[in-house]
Design a binder for this molecule. Structure first.
Ligand code: AMP
Length: 184
């Protein structure tokens, strides 16, 4: 890993202060971590991108792959700083050219992620980015999609990790990094 400044607990608390917690959204019993309040603060957003880019600069990241939709917010800013390309991993039927897809299980039913078949070349090192890891189902599907292209998942990076849902355990063998952890 490149030289990184450790994330102090005071700094973690300061970033968390910018994340709005919305109870019972989108349905009763869910505490929603709303990152739009962090984005709208210039200093907090800059610090976030600085922290992520410090971690990955020098790691030969060829492509940052963002998961729809909030991975599209952080991913391109990070890709710019890493001198990497950006690839969108999308919900079904959004991409115009030839796609590859993967289905994954939700709590009820299933969902699908797609990407352009030629978006990642074999051997490229890919950093997957999303705002939050909960159960990990989405991120695991994204990693498997990258593997289908022959790309290598260098790491998966999240702003928020809901540690009590133990999504990280499901990600083996893919390395996981999160900036802010919540244990309930
Ligand atoms: P999962 O597949 O369970 O890890 O869910 C991750 C996806 O759902 C991410 O794209 C998140 O943006 C979204 N998500 C799940 N739970 C929450 C939550 N409590 N607050 C905000 N976003 C969430």
């Amino acid at each position: 890993m490149s030289a990184q400044s450790p994330l102090l607990s005071s700094e973690r608390a300061e970033l968390k202060r910018h994340i709005r917690e919305v109870p019972d959204w989108p349905k009763p019993g869910i505490l929603f971590y709303d990152i739009t309040t962090l984005l709208q603060n210039a200093g907090a957003f800059a610090r976030l991108i600085d922290l992520l880019s410090e971690r990955y600069v020098g790691q030969q990241i060829d492509v940052v792959a963002g998961i729809e939709a909030r991975g599209f917010i952080f991913g391109p800013a990070l890709a710019y700083r890493l001198n990497a390309g950006f690839v969108p991993i999308r919900k079904p039927r959004k991409l115009p050219s030839k796609t590859i897809s993967i289905q994954y299980a939700l709590e009820y039913g299933q969902d699908t992620l797609e990407m352009h078949a030629d978006a990642v070349r074999p051997g490229q090192r890919v950093l997957i980015v999303d705002d939050l890891i909960a159960t990990g189902g989405t991120a695991l599907a994204a990693a498997q999609l990258i593997e289908k292209t022959g790309g290598t998942v260098a790491e998966m990076a999240f702003i928020v990790e809901l540690t009590f849902l133990q999504g990280r355990e499901k990600m083996n063998p893919y390395p996981v990094f999160s900036l802010l952890q919540y244990d309930k």
